[in-house]
Design a protein around this ligand. Sequence first.
Ligand code: FAD
Length: 546
Amino acid sequence: MTSAAPRRLDALVVGAGFAGLCMLRRLRELGFSVRVFEAAAGIGGTWYWNRYPGARCDTESLQYSYQFCERLQREWQWSERFAAQPEILRYINHVADRFDLRRDIEFNTRIAGARYDEAAGDWSLATADGRTIRARYCIMATGCLSAPLTPAIDGLDDFAGERYYTSAWPHREVSFAAKRVGVVGTGSSAIQAIPLIAAEARRLYVFQRTANYSVPAHNGPLDPGYERDFKARYAENRARAKELVSGFLCHYNRQSAFEVGAEQRRREYDARWAHGGLAFLGAFSDITHDAEANRTATGYIHDRIREIVDDPEVAELLIPNSVVGCKRLCVDTDYYGTYNRDNVTLVDVRSSPIERITPAGVVVAGREYRLDTLVLATGFDAVTGALKRIDIRGRGGLALADKWRDGAGSYLGLGVAGFPNLFTITGPGSPSVLTNMLPSIEQHVDWIAECLDHMRESGLAVIEPTVEAQDGWVAYNEETARGTLRYDCNSWYLGSNVPGRPRVFMPFVGGLPLYIEKCREIVADGYRGFAFEPLHHTRGTAAPVA
Ligand code: FAD
């Protein structure tokens, strides 16, 4: 963007992943002027940054895509059941070109601060390189899993070999051939990467603090018949998916795990295991909220791990001691089997934490594991991290990071009291990471766009959630979460992976259909819980680009 030609902007969007692109297209369609700012050099968000070996979607490709354009969803051809990162990146770049989105996006532009001007009723964003841009509305499309965590391990910067984060993988081939490689972390990214690194490296040490549940993907080329049938009823399939808690279409068994006998239960789990993917959790209706039912599922997975992994001691280390589904369930290709390889060693850093990293390797229980390459798969400051890393100031200069010190409060995950005209896409308190993110993103984008349109039509200039509505929503979500097994372990849904974080369940746990219904009701009831100010209370429309 040049500052030579000042023009008025209605909205600024931060982030050019699936959410930011969709928001840009939708607002443009409604005649709003929009500018998008993206820290990366390209489009794609998650799929731009996470290029590690094995990076792949856990949601089936045919459902992990936009639904706003019938022709787009019919014409795009996915090659695999679960698309790999390069293909998803190609898809999102195709969308950007097809809808001519790039001309309104500034790449390599990190937003460092955002300040609300109460007199003007608008936002001014500060770029990391010192420019400011103003507009009436600010929409944060900064992502739920986009603020990588750096582990606090002594000596990390002393490591003399190659060091890579899965969340910021280099844009070039990384070779592990003939290398001694260490992977720190065993969450979803590590579980995808480990089998591929093991196949190439001379030696692989996996440093595991917490074992995680994983189910096989059974990925493969997309069956042409399945694709044809699915696409023939795309709209209907999408509508049905939105009636399911997770927002993706799969068969949810309505029976309790105890409505059937042990043998039939086993057959159901066998069928789900053989089918592959996250549908495993749909085997019985009570797995996610009844501890006994959950134990039938964990028992089944424990048996599979013991069956797959040859060394009984290694198998026991790989068996999680939590309920399944309280953390994000991982989906893998030969993860557990990888531990049967001669060149792979699992190092338990739960009983003996990593002492320090030296120039030559990783020290655990007094032993130095000598490494050429260190891969850190240490997760994200999820849901709120990217927002808190921007200095966002609302009414009276109030900092969002301070306001959220005791837990993130938001109304519907769309807006925050004290921060007028600021919207968050898939913010805390919305279903976001507990669902197929694409329909959740599109639902937020539509809600925000229709809200701005309504304000324009009604001569309104400022919108802000009331404190009462926000507190009510936070309390409702917390109460709902406490009734589920998801509250029973230390997960990133609860912020447990970030030292010092208050234990607050961040995503809305009630499922996508209930959430959509609540959003609709609130709009139908005159945007219940939001306060508006008319146009004349502010200085007019958005200020020029600076
Ligand atoms: P992102 O894709 O995270 O994009 C946010 C963008 O904002 C980024 O490009 C970032 O650079 C930019 N940004 C952030 N802060 C700033 C700033 N201050 N200034 C400028 N730019 C900024 N979801 C699923 O539904 N199914 C899956 O199978 C699945 N698999 C995943 C696998 C991995 C490895 C990861 C990390 C996530 C996965 N997700 C999955 C979640 C995924 O993040 C979402 O599906 C989706 O891509 C989110 O899109 P987004 O636009 O909201 O956020």
